[in-house]
Design a protein around this ligand. Structure first.
Ligand SMILES: CC(C)(COP(=O)(O)OP(=O)(O)OC[C@H]1O[C@@H](n2cnc3c(N)ncnc32)[C@H](O)[C@@H]1OP(=O)(O)O)[C@@H](O)C(=O)NCCC(=O)NCCS
Length: 145
């Protein structure tokens, strides 16, 4: 677990493409934009210099945080990496004064919905046709301790 470095970009982009359907995965441009935002921070999980996962979060207002994405390599899921990356990011957000963290996740992404629920995120409501003007999303939120 370590902070994201510019050299991680290509591997992170490839992992994001592998994690989401075409059109939903971020373009290189979008990924760079998120990483470059002044309030954004990212961390990676790696083993022997191979990227296993990463998370990007951002502080959107003084007391609100947003999870931009959390991606874990398919063959390394259910080993606690997502949980550890999220804890690292939430700790940083709390240190910045963030009280509530929100995110969007596809309604049909059962693994992600289960993951966010176990991490304490509650569904606030649905965002109809959020992805590609077609697939619905949930807006989920957690109040940080
Ligand atoms: C969602 C995702 C990030 C979870 O990462 P992960 O490293 O596998 O998650 P963890 O191992 O930390 O899981 C923590 C807990 O979340 C829950 N969980 C995670 N994946 C789950 C699944 N497929 N089904 C049910 N519960 C799940 C479990 O409670 C799990 O604890 P347990 O393994 O002790 O039962 C991963 O599946 C992923 O990268 N998916 C593709 C990208 C994506 O959808 N990201 C979320 C975008 S909103």
């Amino acid at each position: 677990m370590r902070p994201f470095q510019p050299e991680d970009f290509d591997a992170a982009y490839r992992l994001d493409q592998a994690c989401y359907p075409p059109g939903i995965a971020y373009s290189r441009y979008a990924l760079r934009e998120f990483l470059g935002e002044p309030g954004a921070r990212a961390w990676v999980a790696e083993e022997e210099r191979e990227l296993l996962g990463f998370i990007i979060v951002r502080r959107v207002r003084t007391d609100r945080g947003h999870v931009v994405t959390l991606d874990i390599r398919e063959d390394r899921r259910r080993r606690g990496l997502g949980r550890r990356l999220l804890e690292t990011a939430e700790t940083w957000l709390a240190e910045q004064g963030v009280k509530r963290v929100y995110l969007e996740t596809a309604v049909n992404n059962q693994a992600a919905v289960a993951f966010w629920q176990q991490a304490g995120y509650k569904t606030l409501g649905a965002l109809p046709r959020y992805y590609l003007d077609r697939d619905d999303a949930y807006r989920m939120e957690k109040r940080l301790p």
